[in-house]
Design a protein around this ligand. Structure first.
Ligand code: GDP
Ligand code: IMO
Ligand code: MG
Length: 443
């Protein structure tokens, strides 16, 4: 049987997907990115060396694994070239192992300028995007204004389209008071980057189809997290792509029936970068402790991440909508030393907030000020106003980074894992206990 596995972040991104993909890639023939761009920042730590990856799939350090950037990914040429060079200079063979779809859309200088200009225009309501041009590139894609690697290969077509689009975008940028993009200068820069990319351009659909026919082991590396999915997040506090495994079909051309495993990555607590609701966010001493011990600073932008307790109401939804078949828990080591650990097991909300969007006011049970509401019924207004219902679990003191079996974990840590497993109703198959490749427990 085929093994086609999808790794999906079940929270707001930065769950530790890169570490897990690198670990699982040991036995994968192909690792595939299928959506998002260099707003993703996936960290791999091998032999004490840290690799922050934004576009190259996290299987690149395994010499027998091939890496595919499939059609759903959007590409910033400068970032991709510098990432390729980082590995080449490190002695990693990339040639013959990296394949980039010519259907990928390009993130161009005006996309980044527009992303930043729109954020500035939003003022206090800014979304906190990564400023990497993600939203503007995906919106150009669906409004038929995008430019793909296909055109980059056919340089004359690229020059024509890039000139036309830059002229239009410069008019828009002018209204924001932003200086114009210099077409000639940018074309010169892109022409140089193009030469470095061309050897990797391929028909990735055919590569993956043949791999599936040959029963190869394929690992699809999701980016971001379900809570940022363009449809299932509290829009517009979203990223520009679908994050759920449905995007494997549109973003890599792999039929959904071929997917055999969906691995949901659950960080043992919550983090979020940028604006938008975060129901279990905390601001106290514990928040600072988790942020510092967990190094919760963005891999892409270096921004401090907001932190909070594990939100199982949100994670349960993410697992359901993604069809998660097994769970990996990450960063549980960061909770060592906390006396008590809270876990959100549901949301409660005053009916007056719900009633705004419903024809009839929901009935309030006698003696109650609020009623239960599932994540899926919440928009940003509800998520900002609800009260999380917490279960408090006892913590543990021991450092668990070097523990190699579930039984050797402190009893309260075991109970924490079991609580998550029972709540989600999905087996936990792997626990990550540190950033390094070898720091994990298999169940
Ligand atoms: P991704 O975007 O989901 O790949 O996650 P990031 O790489 O942005 O952020 C996760 C951070 O936690 C990185 O610095 C990882 O090296 C680190 N990390 C991953 N798993 C673990 C773990 O189990 N324990 C600890 N302490 N760090 C981890
Ligand atoms: P990985 O793959 C965390 C967030 C941004 C912002 C929102 C929109 O490393 O888990 P965008 O630049 O995508 O238009 O910004 O989405 N965001 C992420 N947050 N991890 C990520 O990826 C993210 N990708 C996007 O911070 O709030
Ligand atoms: Mg990240």
């Amino acid at each position: 049987m085929n093994k086609v596995s999808v790794v999906v972040g079940t929270q707001w991104g930065d769950e530790g997907k890169g570490k897990i993909v690198d670990l699982l890639a040991q036995t994968a023939d192909y690792v595939v990115r299928f959506h998002g761009g260099n707003n993703a920042g996936h960290t791999i730590v091998v032999n004490g060396k840290k690799y922050p990856l934004h576009l190259i799939p996290s299987g690149i350090l395994h010499p027998n694994t091939k890496c595919v950037i499939a059609n759903g990914v959007i590409i910033d040429l400068e970032v991709l070239v510098s990432e390729i060079n980082m590995f080449v200079n490190d002695g990693v063979k990339v040639d013959g192992r990296l394949f980039i779809s010519d259907r990928c859309h390009l993130i161009l200088p005006y996309h980044k300028a527009l992303d930043i200009a729109l954020e500035n225009a939003r003022g206090k309501d800014k979304l906190g995007t990564t400023g990497r041009g993600i939203g503007p590139t995906y919106s150009d894609k669906v409004s038929y204004n995008g430019i793909r690697i296909y055109e980059l290969v056919r340089w004359d077509l690229f020059v024509e389209k890039f000139t036309f689009q830059t002229e239009i975008k410069n008019e828009i940028l002018k209204t924001f008071g932003v200086s114009e993009i210099k077409i000639k200068k940018e074309l010169e820069k892109i022409a140089e980057l193009r030469k470095e990319i061309l050897p990797y351009v391929a028909d990735t659909y055919q590569i993956l189809k043949k791999a599936i026919d040959a029963k190869k082991n394929i690992l699809l590396e999701g980016a971001h997290g379900v809570m940022l999915d363009i449809d299932f997040s509290p829009y517009p506090f979203s990223t520009g792509s679908n994050v759920i495994p449905g995007a494997v079909n549109t973003g890599a051309g792999i039929p959904l029936q071929k997917i055999s495993h969906v691995i949901g990555i659950v960080k043992a607590y919550t983090s979020r970068v940028g604006g938008g609701p975060l129901p279990t966010e905390i601001f106290d001493k514990i928040a600072n402790q988790i942020r510092e011990v967990g190094h919760e600073y963005g891999t892409t932008t270096g921004r401090p991440r907001r932190v909070g307790w594990l939100d199982l109401e949100a994670v349960k939804f993410a697992c359901e909508v993604s069809g998660v078949t097994e769970v990996t828990i990450t960063k549980i080591d960061i909770l060592s030393g906390l006396k008590k650990i809270k876990v959100c097991i549901g949301y409660e909300l005053s009916p007056s907030v719900i009633a705004r969007s419903k024809a009839t006011k929901p009935a309030l049970p006698a003696g109650r000020q609020s009623i239960k509401i599932p994540y899926s019924s919440c928009g940003y207004e509800e998520l900002n106003k609800l009260t999380p219902v917490y279960k408090e679990l006892p913590g543990w003191k021991e450092d668990i980074t070097k523990v190699k079996s579930f039984k050797a974990l402190p009893k309260n840590c075991q109970s924490y894992v079991k609580f998550i497993e029972n709540f989600l109703g999905i087996s936990v198959k792997l626990i990550s206990t540190g950033p390094a490749r070898e720091e994990y427990i298999k169940l």
